[in-house]
Design a binder for this molecule. Sequence first.
Ligand code: FAD
Length: 295
Amino acid sequence: MTIAGLLRHERPTLSYELFPPRTPAAEETLRATMKVLADTHPDFMSITYGASGTTRSTSRGVVQMLAEAHTIPPLAHLTCVDQSRDELITVIEEYLEEGVLDFLALRGDPPQGTPDWRPHPDGLLYASQLVSLVHEVARAHGVSDICVGVAAFPATHAMERWRQSAIDVMRFKERAGAQFAITQVFYEVEQYTALVEDALAHGVTMPIIPEVMPIVSTRRAVRASELTGVPTPVELVAALEAAESDDAARAAGVAHAARLSRELLDAGAPGIHIITFNQSAAALELVEAMGLRAS
Ligand code: FAD
Protein backbone atom coordinates (compact mmCIF):
# COMPACT_ATOMS: atom_id res chain seq x y z
CA MET A 1 0.00 0.00 0.00
CA THR A 2 1.29 3.48 -0.79
CA ILE A 3 1.58 6.25 1.80
CA ALA A 4 -1.60 7.84 0.43
CA GLY A 5 -3.40 4.56 1.24
CA LEU A 6 -1.91 4.41 4.74
CA LEU A 7 -3.02 7.96 5.41
CA ARG A 8 -6.62 7.06 4.71
CA HIS A 9 -6.59 4.84 7.81
CA GLU A 10 -7.54 6.19 11.22
CA ARG A 11 -4.28 5.18 12.89
CA PRO A 12 -1.51 7.80 12.86
CA THR A 13 1.51 6.79 10.81
CA LEU A 14 5.00 6.45 12.27
CA SER A 15 7.96 7.09 10.00
CA TYR A 16 11.62 8.05 10.07
CA GLU A 17 13.98 10.09 7.93
CA LEU A 18 17.44 8.71 7.15
CA PHE A 19 20.24 10.15 5.06
CA PRO A 20 22.73 8.30 2.84
CA PRO A 21 26.07 7.57 4.54
CA ARG A 22 29.32 9.07 3.27
CA THR A 23 31.85 6.66 4.78
CA PRO A 24 31.99 2.90 5.42
CA ALA A 25 31.76 3.57 9.18
CA ALA A 26 28.68 5.74 8.65
CA GLU A 27 27.16 2.95 6.56
CA GLU A 28 27.62 0.50 9.43
CA THR A 29 25.88 2.95 11.80
CA LEU A 30 23.05 3.36 9.33
CA ARG A 31 22.57 -0.40 8.98
CA ALA A 32 22.43 -0.79 12.77
CA THR A 33 20.02 2.15 13.10
CA MET A 34 17.74 0.78 10.39
CA LYS A 35 17.58 -2.60 12.09
CA VAL A 36 16.65 -1.11 15.48
CA LEU A 37 14.09 1.27 13.98
CA ALA A 38 12.58 -1.51 11.86
CA ASP A 39 11.64 -3.27 15.10
CA THR A 40 9.21 -0.42 15.88
CA HIS A 41 7.27 -1.40 12.72
CA PRO A 42 7.28 2.00 11.05
CA ASP A 43 4.91 2.63 8.15
CA PHE A 44 7.76 3.92 5.98
CA MET A 45 11.24 5.38 6.12
CA SER A 46 12.35 8.27 3.92
CA ILE A 47 15.83 8.70 2.46
CA THR A 48 17.14 12.16 1.62
CA TYR A 49 18.66 12.90 -1.76
CA GLY A 50 21.59 15.08 -2.65
CA ALA A 51 21.30 16.92 0.68
CA SER A 52 24.45 18.14 2.47
CA GLY A 53 26.69 16.93 -0.34
CA THR A 54 25.67 13.26 -0.16
CA THR A 55 25.69 11.44 -3.45
CA ARG A 56 22.56 10.50 -5.29
CA SER A 57 23.65 6.94 -6.04
CA THR A 58 24.15 6.33 -2.31
CA SER A 59 20.54 7.38 -1.73
CA ARG A 60 19.47 4.71 -4.20
CA GLY A 61 21.58 2.14 -2.38
CA VAL A 62 19.89 2.96 0.94
CA VAL A 63 16.44 2.77 -0.64
CA GLN A 64 17.27 -0.71 -1.98
CA MET A 65 18.73 -1.80 1.37
CA LEU A 66 15.57 -0.73 3.16
CA ALA A 67 13.21 -2.50 0.80
CA GLU A 68 15.27 -5.70 0.58
CA ALA A 69 16.59 -6.17 4.11
CA HIS A 70 13.66 -4.87 6.10
CA THR A 71 10.63 -4.91 3.78
CA ILE A 72 9.83 -1.41 4.99
CA PRO A 73 8.35 0.81 2.28
CA PRO A 74 10.96 3.41 1.29
CA LEU A 75 9.94 6.99 0.56
CA ALA A 76 12.52 8.13 -1.98
CA HIS A 77 13.30 11.87 -1.89
CA LEU A 78 14.07 13.41 -5.29
CA THR A 79 15.34 16.92 -5.97
CA CYS A 80 15.47 19.07 -9.10
CA VAL A 81 18.71 20.99 -8.51
CA ASP A 82 21.63 20.40 -10.83
CA GLN A 83 19.92 17.70 -12.86
CA SER A 84 18.49 17.77 -16.36
CA ARG A 85 14.98 16.55 -17.02
CA ASP A 86 16.46 13.48 -18.74
CA GLU A 87 18.65 12.67 -15.75
CA LEU A 88 15.63 12.92 -13.48
CA ILE A 89 13.62 10.65 -15.77
CA THR A 90 16.41 8.05 -15.55
CA VAL A 91 16.46 8.15 -11.74
CA ILE A 92 12.66 7.85 -11.57
CA GLU A 93 12.74 4.92 -14.01
CA GLU A 94 15.40 3.16 -11.95
CA TYR A 95 13.37 3.57 -8.78
CA LEU A 96 10.21 2.32 -10.51
CA GLU A 97 12.10 -0.73 -11.80
CA GLU A 98 13.19 -1.46 -8.23
CA GLY A 99 9.55 -1.34 -7.13
CA VAL A 100 9.63 2.02 -5.33
CA LEU A 101 6.12 3.46 -5.25
CA ASP A 102 6.46 6.47 -2.90
CA PHE A 103 8.37 9.62 -3.83
CA LEU A 104 8.94 12.96 -2.09
CA ALA A 105 9.34 15.55 -4.84
CA LEU A 106 11.46 18.53 -3.78
CA ARG A 107 13.26 21.35 -5.47
CA GLY A 108 16.37 20.96 -3.29
CA ASP A 109 18.68 23.77 -2.31
CA PRO A 110 21.53 25.17 -4.41
CA PRO A 111 24.90 23.94 -3.09
CA GLN A 112 26.18 26.09 -0.23
CA GLY A 113 28.82 28.70 -1.06
CA THR A 114 27.81 29.06 -4.71
CA PRO A 115 26.47 32.63 -5.05
CA ASP A 116 26.60 32.39 -8.87
CA TRP A 117 24.59 29.17 -8.93
CA ARG A 118 22.10 28.90 -11.83
CA PRO A 119 19.41 26.25 -12.37
CA HIS A 120 20.28 23.47 -14.83
CA PRO A 121 19.43 24.80 -18.37
CA ASP A 122 17.47 21.62 -19.18
CA GLY A 123 16.17 21.07 -15.68
CA LEU A 124 13.07 21.81 -13.62
CA LEU A 125 12.61 24.96 -11.57
CA TYR A 126 10.03 23.92 -9.01
CA ALA A 127 9.00 20.89 -7.01
CA SER A 128 5.51 20.99 -8.57
CA GLN A 129 7.11 20.29 -11.98
CA LEU A 130 8.87 17.28 -10.48
CA VAL A 131 5.54 16.00 -9.08
CA SER A 132 4.14 16.11 -12.63
CA LEU A 133 7.26 14.44 -14.04
CA VAL A 134 7.12 11.51 -11.59
CA HIS A 135 3.47 10.88 -12.54
CA GLU A 136 4.30 11.24 -16.25
CA VAL A 137 7.18 8.72 -16.11
CA ALA A 138 5.10 6.27 -14.05
CA ARG A 139 2.23 6.53 -16.57
CA ALA A 140 4.63 5.97 -19.47
CA HIS A 141 5.76 2.75 -17.77
CA GLY A 142 2.25 1.59 -16.95
CA VAL A 143 2.72 2.00 -13.18
CA SER A 144 -0.52 3.36 -11.81
CA ASP A 145 -0.28 2.97 -8.04
CA ILE A 146 2.46 5.47 -7.23
CA CYS A 147 2.22 8.16 -4.60
CA VAL A 148 3.98 11.53 -4.64
CA GLY A 149 4.46 13.75 -1.61
CA VAL A 150 5.93 17.24 -1.24
CA ALA A 151 7.38 19.58 1.37
CA ALA A 152 5.33 22.06 3.44
CA PHE A 153 6.62 24.86 5.63
CA PRO A 154 4.62 25.75 8.80
CA ALA A 155 7.24 28.19 10.15
CA THR A 156 7.39 30.07 6.83
CA HIS A 157 3.60 30.12 6.62
CA ALA A 158 3.54 31.65 10.12
CA MET A 159 5.25 34.75 8.72
CA GLU A 160 2.63 37.18 7.45
CA ARG A 161 4.56 38.18 4.34
CA TRP A 162 5.00 34.56 3.15
CA ARG A 163 1.56 33.23 4.15
CA GLN A 164 -0.15 33.56 0.79
CA SER A 165 2.75 32.27 -1.28
CA ALA A 166 3.15 29.25 1.05
CA ILE A 167 -0.46 28.29 0.33
CA ASP A 168 -0.23 29.12 -3.40
CA VAL A 169 2.77 26.81 -3.74
CA MET A 170 0.94 24.02 -1.91
CA ARG A 171 -1.95 24.47 -4.32
CA PHE A 172 0.42 24.20 -7.34
CA LYS A 173 1.86 21.03 -5.86
CA GLU A 174 -1.54 19.45 -5.20
CA ARG A 175 -2.80 20.36 -8.68
CA ALA A 176 0.32 18.71 -10.12
CA GLY A 177 -0.65 15.48 -8.34
CA ALA A 178 0.84 15.66 -4.84
CA GLN A 179 -1.04 13.33 -2.49
CA PHE A 180 0.51 14.25 0.86
CA ALA A 181 3.04 16.63 2.38
CA ILE A 182 5.71 16.36 5.05
CA THR A 183 6.59 19.54 6.88
CA GLN A 184 9.89 21.17 7.57
CA VAL A 185 10.80 21.14 11.25
CA PHE A 186 8.93 23.62 13.50
CA TYR A 187 8.36 23.90 17.24
CA GLU A 188 4.87 25.34 17.82
CA VAL A 189 1.74 23.27 17.30
CA GLU A 190 -0.16 26.46 16.38
CA GLN A 191 2.05 26.89 13.29
CA TYR A 192 1.00 23.44 12.11
CA THR A 193 -2.73 23.90 12.78
CA ALA A 194 -2.70 27.34 11.12
CA LEU A 195 -1.09 25.88 7.99
CA VAL A 196 -3.55 22.97 7.83
CA GLU A 197 -6.58 25.25 8.35
CA ASP A 198 -5.38 27.83 5.84
CA ALA A 199 -4.60 25.12 3.28
CA LEU A 200 -8.08 23.61 3.69
CA ALA A 201 -9.69 27.05 3.43
CA HIS A 202 -7.94 27.44 0.07
CA GLY A 203 -9.00 24.00 -1.18
CA VAL A 204 -5.73 22.17 -0.46
CA THR A 205 -6.82 18.87 1.05
CA MET A 206 -3.74 16.62 1.04
CA PRO A 207 -2.80 15.21 4.47
CA ILE A 208 0.15 17.06 6.02
CA ILE A 209 2.49 14.93 8.16
CA PRO A 210 4.51 16.96 10.68
CA GLU A 211 8.23 16.33 10.89
CA VAL A 212 9.64 16.22 14.42
CA MET A 213 13.33 16.49 15.23
CA PRO A 214 14.57 15.45 18.67
CA ILE A 215 17.33 17.99 19.31
CA VAL A 216 19.74 16.30 21.67
CA SER A 217 22.72 18.67 21.88
CA THR A 218 23.50 22.38 21.53
CA ARG A 219 25.61 21.52 18.48
CA ARG A 220 22.60 19.94 16.82
CA ALA A 221 20.42 22.90 17.79
CA VAL A 222 22.80 25.26 15.99
CA ARG A 223 23.08 22.99 12.94
CA ALA A 224 19.29 22.54 12.71
CA SER A 225 18.60 26.26 12.73
CA GLU A 226 21.40 26.90 10.21
CA LEU A 227 19.99 24.28 7.84
CA THR A 228 16.32 25.21 8.15
CA GLY A 229 16.35 28.88 9.14
CA VAL A 230 13.90 27.98 11.93
CA PRO A 231 15.29 29.14 15.30
CA THR A 232 15.51 26.53 18.05
CA PRO A 233 13.22 27.57 20.96
CA VAL A 234 15.13 29.39 23.71
CA GLU A 235 13.77 27.14 26.46
CA LEU A 236 15.08 24.06 24.65
CA VAL A 237 18.51 25.64 24.14
CA ALA A 238 18.56 26.55 27.85
CA ALA A 239 17.67 22.97 28.85
CA LEU A 240 20.40 21.58 26.59
CA GLU A 241 22.96 24.01 27.98
CA ALA A 242 21.99 23.14 31.57
CA ALA A 243 22.27 19.38 30.99
CA GLU A 244 25.24 17.87 32.80
CA SER A 245 25.72 14.85 30.55
CA ASP A 246 24.94 13.68 27.02
CA ASP A 247 22.19 11.45 28.40
CA ALA A 248 20.60 14.38 30.26
CA ALA A 249 20.74 16.53 27.11
CA ARG A 250 19.13 13.75 25.08
CA ALA A 251 16.39 13.36 27.70
CA ALA A 252 15.67 17.11 27.51
CA GLY A 253 15.54 17.06 23.70
CA VAL A 254 13.33 13.96 23.59
CA ALA A 255 10.95 15.39 26.22
CA HIS A 256 10.56 18.57 24.15
CA ALA A 257 9.94 16.61 20.94
CA ALA A 258 7.50 14.24 22.70
CA ARG A 259 5.45 17.16 24.04
CA LEU A 260 5.17 18.68 20.58
CA SER A 261 4.34 15.30 19.00
CA ARG A 262 1.53 14.64 21.46
CA GLU A 263 0.09 18.12 20.85
CA LEU A 264 0.25 17.49 17.11
CA LEU A 265 -1.51 14.13 17.34
CA ASP A 266 -4.16 15.65 19.63
CA ALA A 267 -4.64 18.38 17.02
CA GLY A 268 -5.36 15.71 14.38
CA ALA A 269 -1.98 15.25 12.66
CA PRO A 270 -2.13 12.12 10.48
CA GLY A 271 1.24 10.82 11.72
CA ILE A 272 4.68 11.80 12.94
CA HIS A 273 7.81 11.75 10.76
CA ILE A 274 10.92 11.62 12.95
CA ILE A 275 14.29 12.98 11.82
CA THR A 276 16.87 10.50 13.08
CA PHE A 277 20.28 11.79 11.91
CA ASN A 278 20.87 8.05 11.39
CA GLN A 279 20.93 7.50 15.16
CA SER A 280 18.35 5.32 16.87
CA ALA A 281 18.50 6.24 20.60
CA ALA A 282 16.56 9.53 20.58
CA ALA A 283 14.10 8.31 17.95
CA LEU A 284 13.31 5.18 19.97
CA GLU A 285 12.87 7.15 23.18
CA LEU A 286 10.58 9.56 21.36
CA VAL A 287 8.42 6.74 19.99
CA GLU A 288 8.22 5.28 23.50
CA ALA A 289 7.32 8.64 25.04
CA MET A 290 4.63 9.29 22.43
CA GLY A 291 3.11 5.88 22.92
CA LEU A 292 3.09 5.67 19.14
CA ARG A 293 4.17 2.24 18.11
CA ALA A 294 2.78 1.04 14.81
CA SER A 295 1.29 -2.44 14.99
P1 FAD B 1 9.44 24.54 -4.34
O1 FAD B 1 8.04 24.17 -4.01
O2 FAD B 1 9.87 24.36 -5.74
O3 FAD B 1 9.72 25.97 -3.82
C1 FAD B 1 10.99 26.57 -3.98
C2 FAD B 1 10.82 28.09 -4.09
O4 FAD B 1 10.14 28.43 -5.31
C3 FAD B 1 9.97 28.67 -2.96
O5 FAD B 1 10.48 29.93 -2.64
C4 FAD B 1 8.59 28.80 -3.59
O6 FAD B 1 7.85 29.83 -2.97
C5 FAD B 1 8.93 29.12 -5.04
N1 FAD B 1 7.93 28.58 -6.00
C6 FAD B 1 7.45 27.32 -6.04
N2 FAD B 1 6.60 27.19 -7.09
C7 FAD B 1 6.57 28.39 -7.72
C8 FAD B 1 5.91 28.89 -8.86
N3 FAD B 1 5.09 28.11 -9.59
N4 FAD B 1 6.12 30.19 -9.22
C9 FAD B 1 6.95 30.98 -8.50
N5 FAD B 1 7.61 30.56 -7.39
C10 FAD B 1 7.42 29.28 -7.02
N6 FAD B 1 16.53 19.08 0.16
C11 FAD B 1 17.42 18.25 -0.46
O7 FAD B 1 18.33 18.72 -1.13
N7 FAD B 1 17.30 16.90 -0.34
C12 FAD B 1 16.32 16.31 0.39
O8 FAD B 1 16.23 15.09 0.46
C13 FAD B 1 15.39 17.15 1.07
N8 FAD B 1 14.38 16.65 1.81
C14 FAD B 1 13.45 17.48 2.41
C15 FAD B 1 12.38 16.92 3.11
C16 FAD B 1 11.43 17.75 3.69
C17 FAD B 1 10.28 17.13 4.46
C18 FAD B 1 11.55 19.17 3.59
C19 FAD B 1 10.55 20.07 4.24
C20 FAD B 1 12.61 19.72 2.89
C21 FAD B 1 13.58 18.89 2.28
N9 FAD B 1 14.63 19.41 1.54
C22 FAD B 1 15.53 18.57 0.92
C23 FAD B 1 14.83 20.87 1.45
C24 FAD B 1 14.04 21.49 0.26
O9 FAD B 1 14.50 20.99 -0.95
C25 FAD B 1 14.24 22.99 0.36
O10 FAD B 1 13.59 23.48 1.51
C26 FAD B 1 13.89 23.83 -0.85
O11 FAD B 1 14.37 25.15 -0.61
C27 FAD B 1 12.39 23.99 -1.13
O12 FAD B 1 11.92 22.84 -1.63
P2 FAD B 1 10.41 22.71 -2.20
O13 FAD B 1 10.34 21.31 -2.61
O14 FAD B 1 9.40 23.22 -1.26
O15 FAD B 1 10.51 23.68 -3.48
